[in-house]
Design a protein around this ligand. Sequence first.
Ligand code: NAD
Ligand code: ZN
Length: 360
Amino acid sequence: KSIGYKNFPMVPRVVFGKGSFDQLGDILLPKRRNAEAPVIFLIDEVFERGDLIARVPLMFNDKIIFVSAEEEPKTQQVDALVDLIREEYSELPSGIVGIGGGTLLDLSKAVALMLTNKGSAHQYQGWDLIEKPGVYHVGIPTISGTGAEVSRTAVLLGPNRKLGINSDFTPFDQVILDPDLTKGVPKDQWFYTGMDCFIHCVESLNGTYLNAFSQSYGEKAFDLCKEVFLGDLTEEESRDKLMMASWHGGMSIAYSQVGVAHALSYGLSYVLGVKHGIGNCLVFRHLEEYYPAGVEMFNSMMNKHRISLPTGLCKSLSETEMDTMISVSLSMKPLWENALGKDWNSKVGPEHLRRIFQQI
Ligand code: NAD
Ligand code: ZN
């Protein structure tokens, strides 16, 4: 049976521009079914104090729920939020609005889906397991790089594994790209999440799955990253361009796949709880054998922005932990296949990965 080409869903509506957050009220109005069907705003708790909250267009019995992004989102957390919403309201919400980074965006997508699909979120980790469209959901990124605002997945830590809910119903119905919302991002975090985008491009552009669709988005995102991290843009230009780089980077991997850095970063994150952005950076700088030009450019970006990464993370791992890290990484088959080709199995093995992890 031939697999055929992916029929990929895209975000149908997007607003871009400084201050566009203030259009949210108008955008939601026609989506409000009645006064009993609220809009639920899931907002990164860094905004709890600050002037953004006064601009959230609350009506009727809407609710704001603040969520910490300290840890990556979990299936149990999704289930708990869904229970809370079901208990408090007799009607299904008119909409879910996620405001924050990849953590809040993925959480919001998953909550919107689980309000209409039975059972627990972990049952849907995988590909195309979701049966019904979710509640109308809006994504508003406040940090740029992951591409979670365009992607067809909501990555969650489940009881057994870290895996996305990948489905045609996962992408947002509406995205608002307001670069001003990224103003308060701390420098190190700006770099780590921005490098997630840069690494998406390097992995997509150097992969065997590459095709003209992915390449056109990947090259654009790559050039934008170069301008942002190595050029001399004004802060405003830099915010605008990184937001668009994230979008294009996400579109690029939609039609291809990530590679070695993400495979290793998944292992690191699974065993040590290292977050996605910094995890990718920690891994990527040791991958010159796979991505020589990308790693060289990454090092220039680190130097230019005086970023220093922690070292010695894997020093005190037990044998078992190291083995888990290696097997989680090697289990990411499509990523390896994209990076090294169909016979990837003959090109990389546990001892090889052990040597890389030992340097981290
Ligand atoms: P994040 O959402 O984890 O946030 C990182 C930190 O930045 C947090 O401390 C957060 O509070 C803070 N922050 C965010 N916006 C801020 C602002 N405007 N001002 C001040 N602080 C701010 O970061 P991320 O790197 O965007 O997301 C990582 C998550 O994204 C991971 O869980 C990863 O699995 C997921 N991810 C998803 C996809 C996808 O396609 N769905 C792709 C890549 C990564
Ligand atoms: Zn990534």
